[in-house]
Design a protein around this ligand. Structure first.
Ligand code: DGL
Length: 283
């Protein structure tokens, strides 16, 4: 049995990498749906269908738990799949399986509060506003999940979403660094102009952006903290698996990488952050 990690492409490897460090003996299967990437400009129904297909592939590969290491899939599809598909699918499969996301751990990290906590609305005057910029795909931005869920928990945090329609594709296609620097800079500038000043903190709300976190850090004023999804997700998964021993993680240290796209080596950006070349098999 194994832990599955799903993304439209290579972005989820940033989360996978941290999970592997946290659970070195567990067996992992990573699935990149590169034939259909990027997801961020697709209609919601397509994102739901593609995410369901990815989960099924990972459960068939022996995973008990699938982590959606993709904000777009997690914010658009996860609740739908948990409510309308998973209960029946579990019965068909005859074993306990679950799908977990990346948005809840990120919101817990951003608010410093457990997910169950919702703020009492007392209408008190907020003295100091903590301004949080969220860079994401258009589909994640359209879902407004970060604005809605953070607002329920913290009245002193204002969320400004900045959709970056071209960035995941550019990272997936290994675009030249100068082009990435320019596009990241334009988005940081755009959100700064909208806020009227620089944000106090930022979420890289697309796992692809974590691969170029250094460019975001350089474009933002010095010292603006980035909320790191890989760390937040690893912490949340450790707690979850501790509470749910019925989901088995395996103990062979297996690492499989599947793609619906072109098998073989991935590009150099991946190699740089991973520390070694990675070779993918057909899904
Ligand atoms: N890496 C994904 C995310 O976190 C998806 C990017 C895309 O396919 O557009 O949103």
């Amino acid at each position: 049995m194994a832990i599955g990690v799903f993304d439209s492409g290579v972005g989820g490897l940033t989360v996978h990498h941290r999970l592997v460090e946290r659970f070195p003996n567990a067996d992992f299967v990573y699935l990149a749906d590169q034939a259909n990437a990027p997801y961020g400009g697709r209609p919601g129904e397509e994102i739901v269908d593609l995410t369901r297909a990815g989960c099924i592939r990972l459960f068939e590969a022996g995973c008990d738990v699938v982590v959606l290491a993709c904000n777009t899939a997690a914010s658009v599809a996860l609740r739908r799949l948990q409510q309308t598909w998973l209960p029946r699918y579990r019965q068909q499969l005859g074993r306990p399986v679950n799908v977990l996301g990346i948005v809840v751990p990120t919101i817990e990290a951003a608010t410093g509060l457990p997910w169950e906590h919702e703020a009492e609305r007392r209408g008190e005057k907020v003295e100091k506003l903590d301004v949080l910029a969220v860079f994401s795909t258009p589909a994640t931005a359209r879902s407004r999940v970060y604005e809605i869920e953070i607002d329920k928990r913290r009245q002193d945090v204002a969320v400004f979403s900045e959709p970056c329609p071209e960035l995941a594709r550019m990272i997936e296609q290994n675009a030249p660094r100068d082009d990435l620097v320019r596009v990241v800079g334009e988005h940081v500038q755009a959100v700064t102009t909208r806020i009227g000043r620089a944000p106090d903190r930022a979420i890289l709300g697309c796992t692809h952006y974590e691969i170029v976190a250094d460019l975001f850090q350089a474009a933002l004023p010095a010292g603006v903290p980035l909320i790191r999804q890989p760390d937040a997700t690893a912490d949340a998964l450790a707690l979850y698996l501790g509470r749910h021993p019925e989901f088995r993680q395996g103990d062979g240290g297996g690492r499989r990488f599947l793609t619906t796209g072109r098998p073989g080596a991935q590009h150099s950006l991946v190699e740089t952050f991973w520390g070694a070349p990675l070779s993918f098999e057909p899904a």
